[in-house]
Design a protein around this ligand. Structure first.
Ligand code: ADP
Ligand code: ZN
Length: 618
């Protein structure tokens, strides 16, 4: 609408410009001779003049020879008076046809005023356009108070619980909500209070939005969707206005589902930060609480909210009558992964050799969204390979794509860099192979993917809910394996190990301060992490221990890292010729798959068997 107006104004502008130029320069083309009054009198006396048109003090003269002329008289006196004064006889005057025209006619304006007016019109138009733009911005600012809520009922296809694979417990919990929305009287007759809010907890991509949509779909009610981050705007008070608007919309369409994604963006614990944006969040949160408290049992609106950070939520949100129900959605296990893959492979033609079970086995830790993405990548890869059906290999190849990023074939390493990368990755792989509690190596590669120059792909062989200290100790040795290998084989290290060291440091720190895995310190947590939104997002750690404890923490971290380095060094030095073998294959083929990698270690059977724990990891 605004565009049409804008285009219209531009066209108008151009037309006026053209018209202006024409009216400025068109007149001389008529070649009308300007004559003096004396000459006109002379012509009248000679009976040459056929007609005189009077427009104010302008005279347009047409001669009998059809020639046109113009003249100017003095403003005050009339034409006949002027002729009389000049002594023209009445007979001669009678020969001339005199026409008097109203000087306020359109033609007068067009001819006389327009050329002078055009500059003013243009300037006015310019100012007008500018004003409109500014006003448009103001209008936008005024619209801030409206929520950008999306009502998805009737748009697209309906989502039901059938579209959600796995997550049986969550579905069961939510089924009650569906039942309530469908038959609200059944519950109120028994005096049962139905929850106003349900909090869905789970990692990103596990299907929180999908489940909420499915609840609305099953109950056949409108679904209002908004993200917590959309509340937070530049101006204080906007968020609260949006909340009011949102709730009133939902109530108007009751029974309905109101879904607030990322509620942690507004629902953070209050009074923890600094700065203006914080006040804004607080107000928004307060408004949500007020609205939820104001809900009537008969309002028939149920608020579903999703977050992956329940720990940062304000306790006020979780009080009875607000989000008192919590549904936890875990990452899918192997059976659920297969089911999710099945749901999303529905529209993709798969070759007979595809085993979704194997794919599920190889994707521990993947969320529903990751799995959907995986199949999509596989389909794209299939098109690129000019095939009609997706094969197992495409799906397996896509796992790495999703995990680490796309291959960067153009990012070619020089021979020296290639060698360093090969030794680095071989270091990781070798240490991983030799330690009992690490995840099996699936692939070692020196093809760049994403940001990494090379990578060693290890995947857990089972879904794990928790890890042990000894597993972390082994993982640490694997992490520094690349660094140690570079050091041993080249005498110095490159920047390629930066990311490994960051990860190792983080893991050590968490082991000591969060997991209670220190040997010297009593089991408690050290430091409270708090996320603050002040000039950007920053993690602020509140120290709740003494300087002395801090020193012990540091020394514990040093010890963990030092031990990990020693372990890695020992393994790499003891297995020099295995390392050379891995590097040789890597330099030749760039990639080693799991089977080939394992076969390198097979001949030396006694060595593997001598390790009693080995079976645990495979
Ligand atoms: P969240 O809101 O938890 O971040 P979404 O609900 O947006 O995650 O999930 C993203 C996508 O992942 C969904 O659109 C869906 O296609 C897929 N997905 C996630 N979990 C499942 C599941 N259990 N069954 C089928 N698809 C799923
Ligand atoms: Zn590395």
């Amino acid at each position: 609408m605004k565009n049409i107006l804008k285009n219209f104004l531009i066209v108008l502008f151009v037309i006026l410009m053209v018209a202006g130029f024409i009216s400025l320069y068109a007149q001389p083309e008529q070649k009308v001779e300007q004559i003096s009054v004396a000459k006109l009198i002379n012509e009248v006396n000679k009976e040459k003049v056929k007609e005189i048109t009077v427009k104010g003090d302008k005279l347009e003269i047409i001669l009998f020879s059809n020639e046109k002329q113009k003249a100017q008289k003095e403003g005050i006196e009339s034409l006949s008076e002027m002729f009389k004064n000049f002594g023209v006889s009445p007979e001669k005057m009678g020969k001339v046809n005199i026409v008097v025209k109203d000087e306020s006619g359109a033609g007068f304006w067009m001819n006389n005023l327009l050329p002078y007016l055009i500059p003013f019109i243009l300037i006015g138009l310019f100012i007008f356009i500018m004003m409109r733009q500014v006003q448009g911005m103001n209008q936008k600012a005024m619209m801030f108070g409206r929520s950008k809520v999306k009502n998805v009922k009737g748009t697209g296809k309906k989502v039901t619980f059938k579209n959600v694979a796995g997550a049986e417990e969550a579905k069961e919990e939510l089924f009650e909500i569906v039942d309530f929305l469908k038959d609200h009287k059944k519950y109120s007759d028994l005096g049962a209070k139905i929850p106003k809010g349900v909090l869905l907890l789970g990692a990103p991509g596990v299907g929180k939005t999908l489940l909420s949509r499915a609840v609305a779909g099953e109950a056949n009610v409108p679904f209002f969707h908004i993200s917590g981050s959309e509340f937070v705007e530049m101006f204080v008070g906007v968020g609260a206005a949006r909340v009011r608007d949102l709730f009133s919309k939902a109530k108007k369409n009751a029974p309905s589902i109101l879904f607030i994604d990322e509620i942690d963006a507004v629902g953070r614990r209050r009074g923890a930060g600094l700065g203006g944006s914080h006040d804004e969040r607080e107000q928004t949160l307060n408004q949500i609480l007020v609205e939820m408290d104001g809900f009537d049992q008969n309002d028939n609106v149920i608020v579903l909210a999703a977050t992956n950070r329940p720990d940062v939520l304000d306790p006020a949100l979780l009080r009875p009558g607000r989000f008192d129900r919590q549904v936890i959605i875990d990452l899918p296990d192997i059976v659920e992964r297969e089911a999710i893959l099945k749901v999303h492979s529905f529209k993709k033609p798969l070759e007979k050799n595809v085993s979704l079970k194997e794919v599920a086995e190889r994707t521990p830790g993947f969320s529903g969204a990751d799995l959907e993405n995986l199949l999509n990548e596989a389909a794209i890869l299939t098109v690129r390979h000019h095939k009609k059906k997706v094969e197992q290999q495409e799906i397996l190849d896509s796992i790495e794509r999703v995990l680490i990023g796309p291959e960067r074939k153009s990012h070619i390493l020089g021979p020296e860099e290639k060698k360093i990368t090969a030794y680095h990755e071989a270091g990781h792989a070798l240490v991983a192979k030799k330690l009992p509690r690490t995840d099996p190596v699936h692939k070692v590669s020196i093809i760049s993917r994403g940001k990494a120059a090379g990578y060693t792909l290890k995947l857990p062989s089972e879904d794990r809910k928790f890890s042990s200290r000894s597993k972390f100790i082994d993982e640490l040795a694997v992490l520094v394996g690349g660094y140690i290998s570079e050091k041993i084989n080249f005498g110095e290290v490159t920047t390629g190990a930066t990311n490994d060291l960051q990860q190792a440091t983080k893991l050590c720190k968490r082991m000591i301060t969060e997991f209670g895995m220190s040997k010297k310190l009593p089991p408690r947590t050290y430091g409270e992490q708090e996320e603050m939104i002040f000039l950007g997002r920053e993690i602020h750690e509140q120290r709740d221990y003494s300087e002395k404890t801090a020193e012990i923490i540091d020394s514990e971290i040093f010890e963990l890292i030092n031990n990990a380095c020693a372990t890695a060094e020992k393994i790499i030095k003891e297995n020099k010729e295995k390392m050379e073998k891995i590097v040789k294959i890597l330099l030749k083929k760039e990639t080693i798959e799991r089977e080939e990698f394992d076969s390198l270690f097979k001949k030396n059977k006694t060595e593997v068997d001598s390790n009693p724990n080995k079976k645990l990891s495979e």
